[in-house]
Structures are given as C-alpha cells and as structure tokens.
Design a protein around this ligand. Sequence first.
Ligand code: ADP
Ligand code: ZN
Length: 599
Amino acid sequence: MSSAQDILQSVFGFPSFRPPQQQIIQTLIDGGDALVLMPTGGGKSLCYQIPAIVRQGCGVVISPLIALMQDQVSALRLFGVRAAFLNSTLDRSTAEEIEQSLLDGKLDLLYIAPERLNQARTLSLLRQASIALFAIDEAHCVSQWGHDFRVDYLQLSLLHELFPDVPRIALTATADDRTREEIIQRLELTAARHFIAGFDRPNIRYRIALKHNPKQQLLRFLRLEHADDAGIIYCLSRKKTEDIAYWLQDQGFDALPYHAGLNGETRARHQDKFLREDGVIIVATIAFGMGIDKPDVRFVVHLDMPKTIESYYQETGRAGRDGEAADAWMIYGLQDVIKLRQMMAGSGGSEEFKRAEQHRLNAMLGLCEITTCRRQTLLAYFGEILDQPCGNCDTCLEPAQTWDGTEAARMALSAAYRTGQRFGVNHLVDVLRGADTDKIFQFNHHHLASYGIGTDLDNNQWRSVFRQLVARGYLSVDLERFGGLRLETACRPLLRGEERIELRLDIKAKAAKRQTKTALALDVDVALWEALRDCRREFAEEQGVPPYVIFHDSALQEMCVNLPRDLNEFSLVSGVGERKLEKYGPAFIRVIGDHLSAH
Ligand code: ADP
Ligand code: ZN
C-alpha cells in the first residue's frame, strides 16, 4: 500500500500537502469520519481522492454538480486514476459497464448524483461492492435554510445506517455555524473530526472604488491588468449584462452575457466556452456561479454593489482558485444603495426579514467605506480575526486619506433638516452651494440659513459627504419620497457637537500597479509562454477537456522559469505526476527545446 505522501507526488505531482490536508487524509485512512470546512480553492478534492486510492475499494463521491462530473472524472483519468461517474446523462449500457467495473474492483473513485444514490438499485449495487469511503461534497446542500438546498441530500443519513463501517467525509466552503450544525445533525456526523481551515483567500486582492465613469473605469482595469485573462463581471440587471458584454466585444474582448432570461441552450454554450477556452469574460447576474469550478479565473468584477457581504465573498471567491494572484475589483456609488433599497422595499417579506436585509446591506456599505484593511473587516464579519492588515487590498496598498468632515457633515445634516427631509442629494448640494435653479426658487430655499454656506466644497465633494453619511446610517434614503434624505437618531451626537467625524477623501483611482500576473510579471519570455499555451490547447482539444485540466497556468509558468530539458527535470514541475510526465512531457520538452535553440 503506498502512503498518502507517495500518491501526492507520484500521481498528482505535488511536493507537499497544504494544511490541514494531511490530517484529514490520515483520519479517513484510519477509518474515521471528517467534517471539512475549507474555502474555495483550498484543496478539498485531494482530501477524499487520496484516501480513496489508498484504502481498499472504491471511493464514492456524492456531488450535486452533474455538469462538472465529466470534467472532474476526465481530470482524474489524466492523472491515471481509475475514475467514473453515474448520473442521468449516461445511457443504460454505459451505466451498466461502470457498475460492473465497480463490482470488479476496477475503480478508485465513482462520482454519483444524490438523486441516483438514493435509488434502491444503486444502494443495492453499493452493498455488493467494496467501498473505501463516502465523500459528500457541497455538504451545505442539506441545509434547508441555505440557497442550495437539495431534498435528496436529506436521504444521505441513510449511508451511516447502511454502511456503518465505511468512513464518511463531508465537505463545504460555507462558513456559518448554523449550516455546520445542520450538516452534523442531518448527516449524523456527530463522531466526525472537524477540520476548519481559515477562510482567508490571501491571493485575492480586494479593491473597491467609487463609480464615476463605470465603462471607462472597467476598460482601464481590463486593459491595464487583465488583457488576456478569464474573468467574471457581475451586474445587477439582465439588460446591463448584455449591454456590457456587447460593448466589451466592440472593444475587442471575448465577452459573453449570462443570465436567467437567456434560454438554456445559450447559457450552456456561453458557460462551456468560458470553461473550455482561454481568456473568456462572462458578464453575468448572480445566476452565474454555483458549480463554476474553473481554477484560473483571474478577476471578478462587481459593477454594482452586491446586497450582502456573504454574496460579495462568495462571488469574489470564484477568482483564483488555483492559488495564483487574482483581483476582486468593485466600483460603487450612492445610486447602488438607493437601487438595492428599492429592490428590498419591493421584495415582500416580513418586517423582520426586511430589517435583517437592511442590516446586511449596511454592513456591505460599511465595507465599501472603511479606511482600514478590507480583508480584516471581511474576515471579522465571518468571525475570523486577522492580526495584521493584509497588505493585499486597496486600503493597505494605498492608505485612504481622511479629513475632518465634522463641519461639512453638520452643514449637510442641517440642510436636509431645514428643507423638510424630503429632498435628494442633488438638490441639497444645490442649496449648500447656493445654486440658482428653478427648484431652489420654487421652494424658497434661497432664504434658508443653509443656502450658499458650502461653497468651499465642490459638487463631488458634497456628494461624497452625503454618501458617507448614508453609509454610516446618519441619513437614510426615503424611498416613498423619491430618494429624499431623512435624519436618523445616530446623527444626534454629531449635531449636538459631541462627536467629530473623519471622512474618507475620495480621490480618483490611480492606475493600479499591475498585479503580479501569471507569467508576464516574472519577465518570462512571452513567446515561450504562448508556445506552451498552444501546446496545452492542442492536447486539451484532442482530449476534449479544458486546458487547465492538462496543466495549470502555474505549471506552464514554472516551465518558463526552470526550462526543463529532459523528463527528469520536467517531473519536478508542480502538477506533473507520473502519468502526465509520460503523456505530455516529451511534447512540452520539445517546445521548450525548440524555443531555446531558436533564441
Ligand atoms: P476546492 O475543491 O477546495 O475548491 P480544489 O480541490 O479544486 O479546491 O483545489 C484547488 C486547486 O489547488 C486545484 O487546482 C488543486 O490541484 C490544487 N491543490 C490542492 N492541493 C494541493 C497541494 N497539496 N499542492 C499543490 N496544489 C494543490
Ligand atoms: Zn488589507
């Protein structure tokens, strides 16, 4: 029997485990149950794949993501692992062949959809086979309170009764305590060891800027930092996803829209292109995401503010699953807040529900406005303490400047108060700056004490003051009155002179330094990089798998740097196991050799 470490190296081509993979794997090899909470990209798959190979019998993986099974299985086969799947996409005779190889002990891993597992026929098949372990992926699907609830997951407690001696591992990236409790209870995992990895995604750089000219800001970001990269751009409305996608096409990007209003065939086609080709951008509503397992998404953009920090974290988490540098880039403005509040107001639901939503929106807004480390705030929201500022978010990289906004804030608040708490930002700014618009004269606002007292700040600066007062909950937006600003009790200490307020100084976002991008940042030879990508693409097309299944970008990057000349040197590249060495090594070595002799 090979050890877990041997298999990690010889099959998967990785030199070492990431914490806490090794302990999890050992727990299962020893026959124990495990509950694993690890962020996206943390490396959950190896936690059951390796023990399934080490232990006697076949590992059974239950996963709701049918669309991904094919790719997961193809990827394992390229590593030389005997893997197969059973789901509704197979015809009868193929399914029977797979069942037979299970019974013959010819499989290391079998992926099964939950609805299929619950069929009497499947259960009786499994009882005749030798089972190494059960892995329950996306285990939060048992949670009836979550977004991804699957009724078939509730039946999975059966496994414990029918196969009391087979170790089980449940895995999820969903963090909160309540979901965790539900998983333990519903899957009867009370005896399982818990492995909870931190939720930080250090390779993701968080940046949040003010929206002033969204398309130009986006274009600049893409051109300067992600010209050939795959990424996801989230928008709030279906129409906007299409506008942006077609506009990006005009700008020369390979961009496609994705939303629930497109027909199934179009959606499948766009998603497939995104997964299988290099450098495709998907412009999507939140309908896009669940089950997107693409490891080399280099950026996630939010052109509109998400409703909650949970959504923001989940959506940005789709970037950089391969551990390479990735960007989470968002632009927002007061208009986003107003739009989201309108959507919430119109959404139905109890008062209590709306209050909770409001609360979560405020937390999101708080994240946008903070002047300290974004990552610390994000993690703190999920109950995790990061001792030091992260050094990889915008506020760490370019500390936000603040100014004493006490006087300005008081002026802004009294302008709202004196005009009857029913006017929106634009008019209040006109009052403060002493503008002579029709509306000012119509309401006699040129006689107010607030009129014209704020000429020291320009329109944008005043808008920034109002936005930050809303973000802090000092002012609220009255939706029944067309966005009129109302004073909240929180502003009293400030008005009474008992409090001072530091405001964020809005500066036009400077061109960010290029994020250490794959390959190019290392000054590697672009021609070699391209040649290796071509070689990878040919193999990918030949095998009908996405390019990253052949080799990750990081592996190609390593090849560019180390320039392996023979199989022995090539075997040292991370991600090159024995099977891939044999199958792809010669071709890639040839590409490198040709390149070196030509230059
Ligand atoms: P998750 O399912 O937790 O989102 P995956 O299992 O897909 O994450 O792993 C994410 C990436 O990390 C994969 O590309 C995988 O090959 C890589 N990976 C996992 N474990 C290791 C390791 N010990 N060393 C190097 N790369 C690893
Ligand atoms: Zn930071």
